[in-house]
Design a protein around this ligand. Structure first.
Ligand code: FPP
Length: 288
């Protein structure tokens, strides 16, 4: 397995055999009936994910490894954003959410924050005609009022100009963190209860979902993290409850369309059980 290939989701070992198959995350002793005799790796169980979320990590390390300033890594990272947006659109993904700037990133050195904000604004303005040509709609989630007006205005301009596009939705998480989002949702739910718009007894998971920034989107099916770290870093914590996770050591500036397609095909071979047993899932599949 090359460095650029999948880091399997979870590999649990017993002293006899791996419980989880390295190639697709499925326990080898519970292969689905109808495909029993076929090679597992040739089979797609799932369709293309509707929603892919990506933690774009490794820009700084990519730059430092080349003796460059960290911001050079972000510049190169923008090229990857363009490439992967194209790849997602080509693959038939409907929503691509990119973690472009976290709430915690505000604490980085001011020069890096300023460079990133400037870069995001410039890149979005430059890419708007191509987004329109490719029928890509821009959206953003996060505490964006904290952003400098120059970048925010450019983002809002692009959102307005691409509002009619109905292909891929490119959703940028900016000044975003899950804990901020969940606290914000809780506050607005409390306000609506106080105002009599909502009965506290009616609050369920769907209600909470409607108050999150992603209310208009399906939950991510696949979460990709580049740069090799095995953590979720305060990203879409509620929404990724049942997302499949793919971590690759490849730094974001080096992440290719082929790497993306590899993540998608890995996803398609996973058995998503949503808390059911493997047998229940296979039964449901046979019934469909
Ligand atoms: C993480 O790498 C990356 C970021 C904090 C910023 C990512 C932003 C971009 C690629 C620009 C996005 C632009 C548009 C138009 C969406 P890191 O700096 O934490 O890398 P490290 O882990 O190697 O230090």
């Amino acid at each position: 397995m090359s460095l650029a290939s999948v880091v399997p989701p979870v590999i649990m070992w017993t002293d006899k055999a791996p419980l989880i198959d390295e190639t697709n995350g499925i326990a080898p002793d519970i292969q689905p009936g109808p495909i029993m005799n076929q090679k597992r790796t040739e089979i797609d169980i799932n369709s293309v994910p509707d929603h892919v979320a990506i933690i774009m990590d490794g820009n700084g390390r990519w730059a430092q490894a080349r003796g460059l300033d960290r911001s050079e890594g972000h510049v190169e990272g923008v090229n990857t954003v363009r490439r992967i947006t194209e790849a997602a659109s080509e693959a038939g993904v409907k929503y691509l959410t990119l973690y472009a700037f976290s709430t915690e990133n505000w604490n980085r050195p001011q020069a890096e924050v300023d460079a990133l904000m400037h870069l995001i604004g410039i890149a979005i303005e430059r890419e708007t005609p191509d987004l329109i040509r490719n029928n890509v709609r821009l959206a953003m989630i996060g505490d964006v009022e904290r952003m400098p007006s120059e970048a925010l205005n450019r983002l809002r301009g692009c959102i307005a100009q691409t509002a009619h596009c109905n292909g891929l939705t490119l959703n940028l998480a900016l000044s975003y963190s899950s804990r901020w989002e969940i606290a914000d949702a809780a506050r607005r739910i409390a306000e609506d209860v106080k105002a009599g718009h909502l009965a506290s007894g009616d609050i369920d998971e769907d209600t909470v979902g409607r108050y999150l920034t992603t209310a208009s989107m399906p939950d991510p099916d696949l979460l990709i993290r580049t740069g090799g770290d095995m953590r979720v870093s305060n990203f879409l914590l509620w929404q990724i409850a049942y997302a499949e996770i793919y971590v690759t050591p490849v730094f974001w500036p080096d992440f290719t369309k082929d790497n993306f397609r590899e993540a998608i095909s890995g996803f398609r071979k996973r058995e998503r059980r949503f808390g059911l047993t493997g047998e229940q899932v296979r039964q449901k599949t046979r019934e469909q």
